[in-house]
Structure formats: C-alpha cells, structure tokens
Design a protein around this ligand. Structure first.
Ligand code: BGC
Length: 349
C-alpha cells in the first residue's frame, strides 16, 4: 500500500512510498485511510525542522489529523465495519508519569510521550492503518470528509476545557472572547465559543479570502486591526491565541478584562526576541488576577467533546474550512502555501 513518508529532520525528503500492509493485533481496528489534514506541525516536519522516526527506522509515516473507515473491528467492539473514525495522536510515555497513568497523556510530565505522525510512531497518512480500539474515536457519519477536522477540534476542545477549569478558581461567567488567528484552530475555537453562547471576536491579518466570511457566518465578529484596538472595543474575558506570533502573544496577554484567562495554543518557532515591559506585564497580571496558560494536544475526553461539537456544527460551514483536497500521489502540493487556504487535506482513497 502507499503512504506519505518523510525522513525526519531532512528537508526535501517527503515521498509517497510503498510500505507493508498493516495487520491488526489483538484489540486493534483495521482502518481504511480516508484523509489526513495538513497543519503547521506537518509543514515543520516536511521542512526538516521537527519530527522523529520510529526507533529502528529512518522514515516516518506522516499524518496526525486522521479520518478513516473501519474495515475490521475486534469482537465485542462498539465500532463496526463502515464506521468513520479518527485516531488519537498521542500515546502515554513508557514510565508512565502520573498524568499518563491517568490517561491524561496530553499533560505528560516527562516528555517521553509518543505521537503518531510526529514523534516515534508512524502516522495515519497511509491507505490502511491500525489503531488500538482505545485510541479510536467515532466520527458522526453525516460529517463525511469534514470528519478530518476531529484532531484540530480536539485541540481546541481541550483549550476551552482548560479555560473553564482555570476560570472556575473564582466566580466566572465569561461573555466575550477574542480569538487571535483565523486559521483552522482559531476558526474551530470560535465555532465552539459560539456554541457556548459567547460573543466571539476573531482577529486576523487578512481582509479578503475565505476567513472574514467564515467568521461572519458563525455569527461572530471579524477584525483585521490590532489586538489593542479590538480589545478596547470588545473587552474580552477570554483570549484564545492561535497564531503563536510572539508580539501578538504578548499583546493578547494584556488584552483581557480583569480576571481574564489567556490560553496559548500556537506552537511558535524559537529564536526571535522582543523588547517587552516585563514589570508592566507582571503588574497587570498580578493586579488583575489574570491567568495565562499553554495548551497542547488532547486526550480521549477532548476527542469526545470534539465529536459532539462537530456533530452539532453546520456541515456546510465545516466543509468550507476544507479549501483544498490533494490526492495522496500528489501530496507535495498540499505543502505549497496558498493565500486562499484554510485547511488542506490529503485524500487517501
Ligand atoms: C498536534 C498535537 C501535538 C503537537 C506537538 C500539534 O500540531 O495537533 O497533537 O501534540 O503538534 O507535537
């Protein structure tokens, strides 16, 4: 069968290759790959800046945003042939640390977790793949290809859960949220914000292309000014930062009302320095009881929340997030940047 592979840390090594057919072990599903989504992490891996091959191999099968159709399920499984599923990305570290021992691998303390398609485990970018039943999540059948949005939605479902839990340390009834960045993570975070009945504001650089319309059709407000200006008008109780751009991150931290919660989800590149007023920043955080948290990855609780959020969403709107579909054999094209892109997917069948 064919799979999308890369030699981690080697730029230009992306290749569609023939790899052995997988065999489902005990308690595992055999799944036909339908599609994978492409995100910033995949681009980083393809650029040769990130990623680890499985031990003993020099190639990694790419793909952590998965969608597949069950071919074979173990006896007694809740899943059956034909069901749409997404595979969970992360696996607990081998020790395991306390968080991993409690199935909260997204909060792993020792960094020895593994991740499919990213860190030491082959990903889901192949025509067939296997997955332990425990790490497969059902995707509502009516979603079809839009079910490939499960993994990024799980990441924002976790972010929202974290915001809520941090907010709950005192009285907390947020009304307004600012989402910085209208990429897939920002848009899906905005979608969940609207589903929660919040007044949602989304800020991005562009004033054309699909993003402004996508935000408006959610019932949210689109902005393309500065964080400072939007914050003055919108007075957000919560900021969900989804760009990872250093200057925006610091602007976001000071953009909230008192008792604000800022959740950072963008994985930025390192090595860029910024002059900041550290004292002023500290003063504001302290005097306002503000909280700034980072959030990465997701556990099964968050995938289930994501499945519910996607099932409740407007399907036409979700489908508009998928701006380009590239067949596996031409997968390299999925990594060419285009201004009109929101989510690019690679189809596997
Ligand atoms: C993925 C996460 C993963 C992180 C770090 C992100 O792109 O969505 O699941 O934990 O990269 O590898």
């Amino acid at each position: 069968m064919r799979a999308l592979t890369v030699r981690p840390l080697q730029r230009g090594s992306l290749a569609v290759a023939t790899v052995p057919e997988p065999e489902a072990g005990e308690g595992e599903l055999l799944v036909e790959g339908v599609a994978i989504g492409v995100c910033g992490t995949d681009k980083e891996i393809v650029r040769g800046d990130y990623g680890w091959a499985p031990p003993g191999s020099d190639r990694l099968v790419l793909g952590h945003e998965s969608l597949g159709r069950v071919l074979e399920a173990p006896a007694g499984s809740d899943l059956a042939e034909g069901d749409l599923v997404a595979g969970v990305v992360r696996r607990p570290d081998p020790v395991p640390c306390g968080a991993c021992a409690h199935d909260e691998w997204d909060m792993c303390r020792n960094g020895r977790y593994t991740e499919r398609g990213i860190k030491e485990l082959d990903g889901y970018g192949s025509q067939r793949w296997t997955v332990p039943e425990k790490y497969a999540v059902r995707v509502a059948a009516h979603l079809g290809l839009a079910g490939v949005l499960m993994e990024p939605t799980s990441v924002v479902a976790k972010a929202w859960e974290q915001v809520e839990r941090v907010g709950e340390r005192a009285w907390f009834e947020p009304e307004r949220v600012l989402v910085t960045g209208a990429g897939p993570i920002g848009l899906l975070a905005a979608m969940i914000g609207v589903q929660r009945g919040l007044d949602v504001h989304v800020l991005d650089l562009v004033d054309d292309g699909p993003k402004p319309g996508l935000v408006r059709d959610l019932g949210a407000t689109y902005h393309h000014s500065s964080v400072e200006e939007v914050a003055k008008a919108a007075r957000p109780d919560v900021v969900l930062e989804a760009t990872g751009v250093g200057s925006l991150v610091f602007d976001a931290i000071t953009a909230t009302t008192p008792y604000g919660v800022v959740c950072l989800t963008g994985v930025s590149s390192t090595g860029r320095t910024l002059p900041i007023d550290a004292g002023g920043l500290n003063r504001e955080l302290v005097l306002e009881n503000d909280a700034v948290i980072g959030s990465v990855n997701a556990n099964t609780r968050h995938y289930r929340a994501a499945a519910d959020a996607l099932a409740a969403a407007d399907l036409d709107w979700l489908e508009r997030l998928i701006t380009r579909r590239v067949p596996l054999e031409r997968a390299a094209r999925a990594f060419e940047a285009s201004e009109e892109d929101v989510k690019v997917v690679i189809t596997l069948t």
